[in-house]
Design a binder for this molecule. Structure first.
Ligand code: GTQ
Ligand code: FE2
Length: 370
């Protein structure tokens, strides 16, 4: 190896690299070790954002930014410290493929309607009375609901209730940026007016896994919101059986007309870990962003312990070993998003379980959040 490095650093090679660069050419023999490693070496790092901090900055943003003044959403995104040197303008993102944010809307405010080639989803953290209007359907949001807004659909937000309303956004912004596929349009009016009954799609699917026959034809988002009570029922009933050793009790949000993930590029799950649950460690190619909906505990990611509680967000980068432990006396519900559909489309999804030490990592240190 030393010999090889010496060769790459030799004057002869360095000079020749300069010659090539002049012609906008590059030597593969120099680049290949960085481009093709043995296994994924993600730029995103394991990280946690505490709810305490997120709540504080959202409350500060309330004073500084309004959708009326800025013409945009009051959203603050989770910037992974490992991804700060990216284009454009050193824009970070949460993982290499996904952007996640917390968004706050106040009573009486509207966030203008627009559409884009990025797919979006929302998970509702706090409040009630706000809606997202998607292709003419007002979807009222309640705590624990999951909303899907795949690419190309008009959407805006409004708030008819009292008190602040906060949710998580996740979009495939970095993926669409990377492939040069960005299109964005504003709606001709500030906000789209309803053309369908309120909560039309969730009312059509009140029974869960039975499908209105019109949806035998694949549709982009036949079900726009998945109500918390239905998701919770599914998990609570699943929990009478044996949990998956790695993922506990987990369900995935689907497009009922295709059976595929609700968003084409982002998978979304809700997981239930019973009190005292301790998963075994594994790793996979896909990266994950977790949001702690209820409960507390910790995850060990590549040997580092990350303590989490209600409202926190944390990142498990590609190919990072991870396992979860619940320390609360109540069960934990964790919402998560992952880029698994992208990995599967490119046929690079792989998974490996941790075999030594009875499937548990050695904890080397505890992560301290800023
Ligand atoms: O609410 O439509 O956090 O378009 C980022 C981009 C939210 C949204 C974000 C968006 C939205
Ligand atoms: Fe949007």
């Amino acid at each position: 190896m030393a010999e090889k490095n010496d060769f790459f650093k030799s004057k002869e090679v360095q000079d020749f690299n300069q010659v090539l660069a002049k012609y906008h050419l590059g030597p593969l023999w120099n680049a290949i070790p960085d481009l093709m490693h043995k296994e994924p070496t993600p730029e995103a790092i394991p990280y946690i954002w505490k709810w305490e901090t997120l709540q504080k900055v959202l409350m500060e943003a309330k004073e500084i930014f309004t959708p009326d003044r800025g013409g945009e959403r009051r959203a603050i995104y989770l910037q992974n410290p490992g991804l700060l040197n990216r284009q454009p303008w050193g824009w970070g993102s949460t993982t290499q493929t996904m952007y996640a944010a917390v968004q706050l809307i106040l009573p009486g405010e509207t966030a203008p309607s627009h559409r884009h080639t990025q797919s979006a989803l929302r998970f509702i953290m706090e409040g009630s009375g706000a809606y997202s209007i998607v292709q003419g359907e007002r979807i009222f949001m309640e705590k624990g609901d999951f909303l899907t807004t795949p690419k190309g659909l008009w959407h805006g937000h409004g708030h008819l209730g009292d008190g602040p309303m906060i949710w998580m956004d996740c979009l495939d912004i970095p993926s669409i940026y990377a492939i040069g596929g960005t299109f964005f349009e504003t709606y001709p009016e500030r906000i789209e007016q309803p053309s369908l009954p309120d909560d039309y799609s969730s009312k059509r699917y009140a029974g869960g896994m039975v499908r209105p026959i019109a949806d035998r034809v694949p549709k982009v988002a036949p079900l726009g919101s998945f109500k918390w009570q239905q998701t919770k029922n599914a998990l609570d009933s699943l929990s009478q059986f044996e949990p998956d050793p790695f993922d506990g009790y987990a369900v995935e949000y689907l497009n009922p007309s295709t059976g595929k993930t609700a968003n084409p590029t982002i998978a979304a799950w809700m997981q239930l870990f019973p009190a005292g649950f301790r998963s075994k460690a594994h790793r996979h190619t896909s990266s994950t962003i977790y949001h702690v909906f209820r409960g507390s505990g910790y995850s060990v990611i590549n040997g580092v312990q990350f303590h989490w509680e209600k409202g926190d967000y944390f990142v498990i980068p590609n190919w990072a070993w991870h396992e979860h432990v619940v320390t609360s006396t109540e069960e934990a519900y964790l919402f998560s998003v992952s880029d698994r559909p992208i990995m599967e489309k490119f046929e690079v999804q792989r998974e490996e379980s941790y075999t030594s030490n009875q499937g548990h990592q050695e904890v080397t240190k505890e992560f301290v959040a800023v």
